[in-house]
Write a protein that binds this ligand. Sequence first.
Ligand SMILES: *[C@@H]1O[C@H](CO)[C@@H](O)[C@H](O)[C@H]1NC(C)=O
Ligand SMILES: *[C@@H]1O[C@H](CO)[C@@H](O)[C@H](O)[C@H]1NC(C)=O
Ligand SMILES: *[C@@H]1O[C@H](CO)[C@@H](O)[C@H](O)[C@H]1NC(C)=O
Ligand SMILES: *[C@@H]1O[C@H](CO)[C@@H](O)[C@H](O)[C@H]1NC(C)=O
Ligand SMILES: *[C@@H]1O[C@H](CO)[C@@H](O)[C@H](O)[C@H]1NC(C)=O
Ligand SMILES: *[C@@H]1O[C@H](CO)[C@@H](O)[C@H](O)[C@H]1NC(C)=O
Length: 414
Amino acid sequence: MQGCRLRGAEPMISTSRVLQKLPETMLVLYMLMMGVYSFAPQPEERTVAAGNCQFLGKHFKTDFKVEGEPVVLKCPQVQLWLWESVGPHINVTWRKNDSARTVPGEEGTRMWVQDGALWILPGLQEDSGTYICTVRNASYCDEMSTELRVFEKTEASLPFISYPQILTLSTSGSLVCPELSEFTRNKMEVKIQWYKDSVLLDQDNDKFLSVRGTPRLLIHNVSAEDAGYYSCAVVFAHAGTQYNVTRNIELRVNKKEEETIPVIISPHQTISASLGSRLTIPCKVFLGAGTHSTTMLWWMANTTSIEGAYRGGRVTEGQRQEYSENNENYIEVPLIFDPVIREDLNTDFKCVVRNTLSFQMLRTTVKEAASFSWEIALAPLSLVVLVLVGIWMHRWYKHRTGKTYGLTTLKTGP
Ligand SMILES: *[C@@H]1O[C@H](CO)[C@@H](O)[C@H](O)[C@H]1NC(C)=O
Ligand SMILES: *[C@@H]1O[C@H](CO)[C@@H](O)[C@H](O)[C@H]1NC(C)=O
Ligand SMILES: *[C@@H]1O[C@H](CO)[C@@H](O)[C@H](O)[C@H]1NC(C)=O
Ligand SMILES: *[C@@H]1O[C@H](CO)[C@@H](O)[C@H](O)[C@H]1NC(C)=O
Ligand SMILES: *[C@@H]1O[C@H](CO)[C@@H](O)[C@H](O)[C@H]1NC(C)=O
Ligand SMILES: *[C@@H]1O[C@H](CO)[C@@H](O)[C@H](O)[C@H]1NC(C)=O
């Protein structure tokens, strides 16, 4: 409108003047247009509204559930602890990846969205698949996919649906019934039933104790026989129907990790090598029954780390190896020269081992190996020469004695 008035304000201008003023006029028009444009909706907002959404990828975790039980899929890109603050400002929608239709928001159906999470009640095997959660606000949109597998409730599916948990032999520890928060929220007292191999664990038991008001099962003095499958169950009521929510746990019992004083059994004090060749010096440490996990092993050159001393990578530490021979544990870290140069002959290499009980090191130096030399190569030849000289000398001597003899004969002659 203003652009029109601007042109209309100078009706008497000649064509040449208009042409002369054209760039100026264009600039004014352009600025006016930009002014109007800045009040218009932002372009990103329009693309978001059109369903253009950033895909953030697949969530690392797959949910394994049992048929007939409630399933709650959490939107992977929305942190649960942030829900209180972000919840009112975002719209969360769910859809199965092979369907364009989003899950309806209302209750009364088998699937609904509640506080950003997808509820399926009860879960069926055909619900297995990839689900996509879309999070959108006025100016932003992203989505992420997550995988659900619903199994038939059989023994055979236990390895897939069980959460692994680990306790240490001869100690006391507890199992935790996982992922119950959706079903125990707003409840004063949660009653969890624990089963071992489908047998209900007795409440009055000095071995197992279900800790009241927590999702924990305390196990006293864990033994090897305690390993195996456990399950925990809570009852969840929804719309007048009761559902069991069970979680399966596979308990593995680990031996207590022992610490021993490590012994460096190699390298030797000096290592022979020829300059210009590749050299590997293994540092081998004996741990006996001790654990690998708390033992650190590294090499040093003079007083610095290998990485710090050889930035170019001519000398490096090789891969750490942990192994057992006859039930005794070893660790090995090689030092690799590629190649050996003269400077290495003056450097102090140390293999260092450390755990909570001790700190030890072993020095080693590289010495130049006796390489190809003319003296050695010529040794057989010099022997031949020596023999020849010997023979010659013998002859010469004999000759001389012969002469002497003659002389003596002469002298002693009459
Ligand atoms: C969420 O979506 C509904 C319906 O599409 C809309 O009325 C509401 O304003 C949206 N809320 C936000 C925070 O975008
Ligand atoms: C849905 O996910 C499955 C498994 O990840 C995949 O094979 C399939 O191609 C996906 N379908 C669509 C429409 O994205
Ligand atoms: C929308 O979400 C983005 C990313 O979380 C955030 O930076 C932005 O401030 C939000 N906008 C509104 C209007 O809430
Ligand atoms: C733990 O159990 C083992 C046998 O499994 C037993 O020998 C040991 O005495 C028990 N220890 C305690 C503290 O009860
Ligand atoms: C829930 O578990 C209990 C005990 O195992 C069982 O008696 C009951 O039938 C189960 N209910 C459903 C709906 O599966
Ligand atoms: C280690 O010290 C010796 C003598 O001080 C020196 O000649 C050598 O270059 C040093 N090596 C390294 C890698 O710094």
